[in-house]
Design a protein around this ligand. Sequence first.
Ligand code: ADP
Ligand code: ADP
Length: 226
Amino acid sequence: MAQVHLRKIVKEYEGGVQAVKGIDLDIADHEFVVLVGPSGCGKSTTLRMIAGLEEISSGEIDIGGSIVNDVPPRDRDIAMVFQNYALYPHMTVYDNMAFGLMLRKFDKTEIKRRVENAAKILDIGMLLDRKPKALSGGQRQRVAMGRAIVRDPAVFLFDEPLSNLDAKLRVQMRTEIKKVHQTVKTTTIYVTHDQIEAMTLADRVVVMNHGNIEQVGPPQELYHHP
Ligand code: ADP
Ligand code: ADP
């Protein structure tokens, strides 16, 4: 649970490309915000700066009341879900979900409690002993979400999590993600190029274009072009 504030954040890549041009955004506790816009508009760069995977050129990022500009990714109170799932192939589903907690020195009983709780939320309790190669795309995506949920972070970051799934599964997982958010209520920042996904999931949609924020508002107030 946390607010997130972006204050005039800029990303200039080597070679002078300004991918993000000084955006401001205030995100409330529990809010589900979707960054949407055409390819190359700066969505992923923005998310990666919040995660700490990309250094910011100027501006400030505040997560839960702390300026995190100089905090490494692992010490930020966030968990990120990637498009490619990023599961460890040699580990079971249980160990994939437990790994981040083991690194952070959680005790075994607490790890077990959290993994089982996340597995229940995601309905993957029967898959805990499998390896990723024995899972379907949708199941892998659930495990990737499970890894984020067990961390119980202040903020979830999603980078095009459904892009690798077929249309039917995308719709199903959209519902799943909405359900998870309603259960855990974690502040969420979600990147997609898919307007329907944005409209379905978001409390508030942030439309980006050429490194700027073009529009911000609840889905029902956007995309009206009378
Ligand atoms: P989106 O996620 O909206 O597709 P990105 O944030 O990935 O957009 O990219 C924004 C802009 O920054 C694009 O012009 C892209 O080519 C450029 N860009 C992204 N990553 C790098 C990089 N590592 N080095 C240089 N330019 C980059
Ligand atoms: P853990 O929870 O086990 O500490 P994380 O999920 O935080 O692991 O991942 C560790 C780091 O690895 C991330 O902060 C990120 O830098 C990098 N990383 C993991 N998966 C990806 C991916 N698919 N694409 C880019 N970077 C990734």
